[in-house]
Design a protein around this ligand. Structure first.
Ligand code: CP
Length: 331
């Protein structure tokens, strides 16, 4: 274990993120991201056991929106690191937020208990303002429609573990609505910055916010945008990819629901399309989805095929989040 501890310490030093908050994926440089991946790889053997790196630390998870994966995998990661977790899964009902305590006051108080806070919030502007009141680092577990950086990091880590690289891969981020796809925004930054060839597929009037595209261009990278697919053109489009990335999208209810279902049909990922390329060209097009998914987004035959990466990503998420927490808290 002594040698392992030395390596872990070296990697934590290389990530160089002690005491920092992660609000956007752009808070990490490319070198920091790759060092984080190395640390996650180092920690993988303990993602089903325990390594007591943080047994004197407390994490608070504060989720103002529902979550299965993000909250539970962060909590699992902290338990695997020997730390303690205090959790608020419904703060608008069970915390003093229900008594109209401001988010800034809540974070100031919780940061007196917890060494680190993982927060999900429906309003990114209030969340980004309120984090200034925290005395402990904050990890963004999904802020409004803005960003979900750790989902993108774990998906990038899954790509890196699967392909051994991110650079040069042709990846499309596809959803009828990329305005509200916070994971799609973080992933577009991450993929472009790590040198993937990124295409964005959406409805033209629901394209990714211009702020995201401008920031990617300011970083000296680029993304290709394609709009308004039919089922046929979508199948042709994904046939040229190495990976299809589905950040999901929220479907409207009421009178708009049926119209939207028809649009979703145009962005349906069909197993037959993937299989055709495999048979004709010998290429495996991977599919990943941030989950949860909706009925009608993809062919469920992908689940048990070599194209599926979304359940692989769940396994990698614990190691990646262990690495992130360790890089922030390990002394
Ligand atoms: N991918 C993701 O954020 O899932 P949850 O909403 O279940 O956390």
């Amino acid at each position: 274990m002594n040698n392992n501890l030395k390596t872990i310490k070296k990697l934590v030093n290389a990530v160089d993120f002690r005491g920092k908050s992660l609000l956007s994926i752009n808070d990490l440089s490319n070198d920091q991201i790759y060092n984080l991946f190395e640390l996650a790889l180092m920690l993988e053997p303990w993602n089903r056991s325990r390594v007591n790196l943080l047994d004197d630390k407390v994490m608070s998870t504060l989720f103002f929106q529902p979550s299965t994966r993000t909250r539970m995998s962060f909590e699992t990661a902290m338990h695997r690191l020997g730390g303690l977790v205090i959790s608020e899964a419904n703060p608008l009902v069970t915390s003093s937020a229900a008594k109209e305590e401001s988010l800034g006051d809540s974070l100031k108080v919780i940061s007196k208990y917890a060494n680190i806070i993982v927060m999900r919030h429906f309003d990114d502007i209030s969340a980004r303002e309120a984090v200034k009141f925290s005395e402990s680092p904050i990890i963004n577990g999904g802020f409004g429609h803005w960003e979900h950086p750790t989902q993108a990091l774990l998906d990038l880590y899954t790509i890196w573990r699967t392909y051994g690289k991110v650079e040069g891969l042709k990846v499309c981020i596809a959803s009828p609505d990329l305005v509200e796809a916070r994971t799609g925004h973080s992933m577009a930054y991450g993929l472009a910055r790590l040198g993937a060839k990124v295409s964005l597929a959406s409805l033209k009037d629901k394209c990714i916010p211009r702020e995201v595209v401008s920031k990617i261009e300011d970083l000296g990278e680029k993304v290709d945008e394609k709009y308004d697919f039919s089922q046929k053109s979508f199948n042709e489009f994904i046939s040229g990819m190495d990976m299809v990335y589905l950040p999901g999208c929220s479907a409207p209810k009421g009178p708009e629901a049926d119209k939207f279902k028809k649009i979703m049909d145009d962005y349906y990922v069909s197993f037959d399309t993937l299989n055709k390329i495999k048979l004709e060209e010998g290429r495996t097009i991977s599919v990943t989805h941030t989950l949860p998914r909706r009925a009608g987004e993809m062919d469920l035959r992908i689940d048990d095929s070599e194209h599926q990466l979304y359940f692989e990503a769940i396994a990698y998420s614990v190691s990646l989040r262990m690495a992130l927490i360790t890089s922030i808290l390990y002394e």
